[in-house]
Ligand binder design. Structure first.
Ligand code: 1QQ
Length: 383
């Protein structure tokens, strides 16, 4: 049979169309719904790039038991309504085996229940808010939760920077930024750190001077910031502009190389936690960073690293799934296999940890990984 080595996957939005490598006929279809346009695109593009790299490497090495992986990518625009639309397309029209994404917890809270109800595995590589994996037993993530990361980040920053009192600033209209706030609040309580003031902003805000002026007057040793980069980058610039030069302690939203573009000249002294570090010299990570940099001509960030590992985790599971071609049965078999995967990747050793829902019944799967704390210096996250 002769087929073109390049095939164009069907997609709902023109911008979401992508090229998929398919040396033979498309064998194993997996979906990825990411924010490729809009305010969260810097995360989604990083994720999509890393996933494409991983799929190419797996296929070049012979695929999964001789079958090629095909990634069907959709742009969910960082909007929950769009995430719902593209999830429905991927599940019912493309009939993919599983879906990665969406990029934001705010969208995942709306889209994960659709996948779970359809008994299709869904896998978040960037979604860190509380409660997402309690939605059901088809929900997985290797994104390490704010609840797991923030206590470690705060502890490290407090120790290194001698912090005793902090001001808190957070977005109050997004599932992730609110969850980050809840976890920061609990962490500050647990670690006996005084809060000088708590200020909020909304998605799309551009001017944070009023909040930052109040924060400055409260004389904190650091600012705790639960924000996505679209707002968090400008917050950093404006803080430095008014002479507020204290450390900024952020959550997952601040853990993107985009900070160096958005807060050019003002991006130092930002503390974040993640299982991934550019400084980790493990062979898996060195290979990942070199391959990503070579392909995209830019350094990866932790969104790329977790997305890259996510594809390999699914590939490990698929090796143990005798595919029948009956998509419903294959999805459930993949779910069962995924739960038991152990993988060493760019983010280190990985396995899943089962979580219970509110009634105590076993539900989905969180990441069993410890965060490493990094601080920005001269346009780099470093440990
Ligand atoms: C979430 C996040 C964002 C920073 C993902 C890009 O962690 O929405 O959960």
């Amino acid at each position: 049979m002769t087929t073109s080595p390049w095939k164009i996957a069907s997609c709902a939005a023109a911008v979401a169309c992508m090229l998929v490598t398919a040396a033979q006929a498309a064998d194993i279809k997996i979906g990825s719904a990411q924010a490729l346009t809009g305010g969260a695109a810097q995360y989604g593009i990083s994720i999509r790039n890393a996933q494409q790299l991983a799929v190419e490497q797996i296929n070049a090495a012979g695929g999964i038991n001789g079958n090629q992986l095909v990634l069907v990518v959709e742009d969910e625009q960082g909007k929950k309504e769009e995430a719902i639309n593209v999830f429905k397309k991927l599940i019912f029209q493309d009939r993919v085996l599983m879906v990665f994404g969406p990029t934001l917890s705010n969208s995942a809270q709306a889209a994960f229940p659709i996948a779970n109800a359809a008994k299709m595995p869904v896998f978040g590589t960037s979604t860190t808010a509380d409660g997402l994996t309690t939605i059901g037993d088809y929900v997985f993530r290797n994104a390490v939760t704010e609840a797991d990361v923030l206590p470690v980040t705060v502890k490290a920053a407090v120790k290194a920077a001698g912090v005793e009192k902090v001001a808190v600033l957070y977005g109050n209209d997004d599932v992730f930024t609110k969850s980050g706030y809840d976890n920061f609040k609990k962490t500050l309580d647990d670690q006996n750190i005084t809060v000088t003031t708590t200020e909020t902003f909304a998605k799309g805000d551009l001017d944070f001077k009023a909040q930052l002026t109040k924060i400055k007057a409260s004389n904190p040793d650091a600012i705790v910031l639960s924000a996505l980069m679209a707002e968090g980058g400008p917050v950093m610039v404006q803080a430095r502009q008014i002479g507020l030069n204290v450390p900024i302690i952020g959550g997952n939203g601040m853990n993107s190389v985009k900070v160096f573009d958005l807060a050019e000249g003002a991006s130092d002294n930002l503390w974040v936690g993640s299982p991934w570090s550019a400084d980790n010299q493990s062979p898996e990570n060195v290979q990942f960073i070199a391959a990503y940099t070579d392909k995209y001509n830019m350094a990866p960030d932790q969104f790329a690293a977790q997305a890259y590992d996510g594809i390999f985790i699914v590939a490990e599971a698929l090796k143990n799934v005798p595919l029948t071609g009956k998509v419903e049965a294959d999805r459930t078999a993949l779910r069962d296999a995924l739960a038991n995967v152990q993988h060493t990747g760019a983010t280190g050793e990985f396995s899943f940890r089962r979580v219970n829902d509110k009634s105590g019944k076993p539900a989905g799967f969180d990441a069993n990984q410890q965060p490493i704390v990094s601080v920005t210096r001269d346009g780099r996250y470093t440990i």
